[in-house]
Design a protein around this ligand. Structure first.
Ligand code: PCA
Length: 206
């Protein structure tokens, strides 16, 4: 199996993004149980992220895309089930764009749902002693847009599945205030490796 793992560049006031740190760590561990893993960075741009993702997928032709994003205020791994056909932003993206309840594509479905078994993946992560929760909304910011484009690509192509995982800040992350919840990079890496193992194992029923 070939896996593409994506993380985002920093955005808003952050100078790091936990999603890119974790993507880099997972990819640098080499393969997990014979699975080839490549990392790619995505722009925090509503308008550019779809084209970047498309070229990544065309270049690597993966069977699985794991998209990672940083989420504020959580101390657990958040597995996203759904991407919604809408964009909305309180803070502008890295291009200075802040959509206001805007439909992504009026000819596309209202939402896409990952075919992967999110609850099973959550349980597998919990068995490793790491807290994980199912989420039915990835928000309406760039992470949701990226997931929407990934699931749309999967539908077009067949043979590729995608999952989006929101991650906490990591312990010691500089641009994050001390009172914010965090998780160790080691735990987050293990959670993502668990997802890969589980999908590779149970494959193609998950
Ligand atoms: N988190 C943002 C976008 C980039 C990131 O890491 C989000 O949750 O939409």
């Amino acid at each position: 199996m070939k896996v593409v793992i994506t993380g985002f560049e920093p955005f808003l006031h952050y100078t790091e993004n936990s999603s890119w740190e974790v993507a880099s760590q997972v990819a640098s561990c080499g393969d997990v149980c014979g699975v080839e893993i490549v990392k790619e960075i995505l722009p925090v741009s509503f308008m550019r992220v779809g084209a970047v993702l498309r070229s990544v997928v065309e270049r690597h032709n993966p069977e699985l895309i794991i998209l990672l994003g940083q989420a504020a205020g959580i101390d657990y791994i958040k597995l996203e089930r759904i991407a919604i056909n809408m964009m909305d932003a309180r803070g502008a993206d890295n291009d200075g764009y802040a959509p206001d309840e805007q439909i992504i594509d009026s000819s596309a479905p209202t939402a896409y749902i990952t075919p992967l078994k999110i609850k099973t993946l959550c349980q597998a992560i919990a068995r490793r002693g790491i807290e994980a929760k199912v989420s039915n909304s990835a928000g309406l910011y760039v992470c949701n847009r990226a997931y929407f484009e990934a699931l749309r690509l999967c539908n077009e192509r067949g043979g590729t599945k995608a999952i989006f995982v929101h991650l906490p800040y990591y312990e010691g992350q500089h641009s994050v205030s001390a009172d914010q919840p965090t998780m160790s990079l080691e735990k987050m890496k293990l959670a993502i490796q668990t997802i890969i193992e589980e999908i590779n194992d149970k494959d193609r029923t998950i």
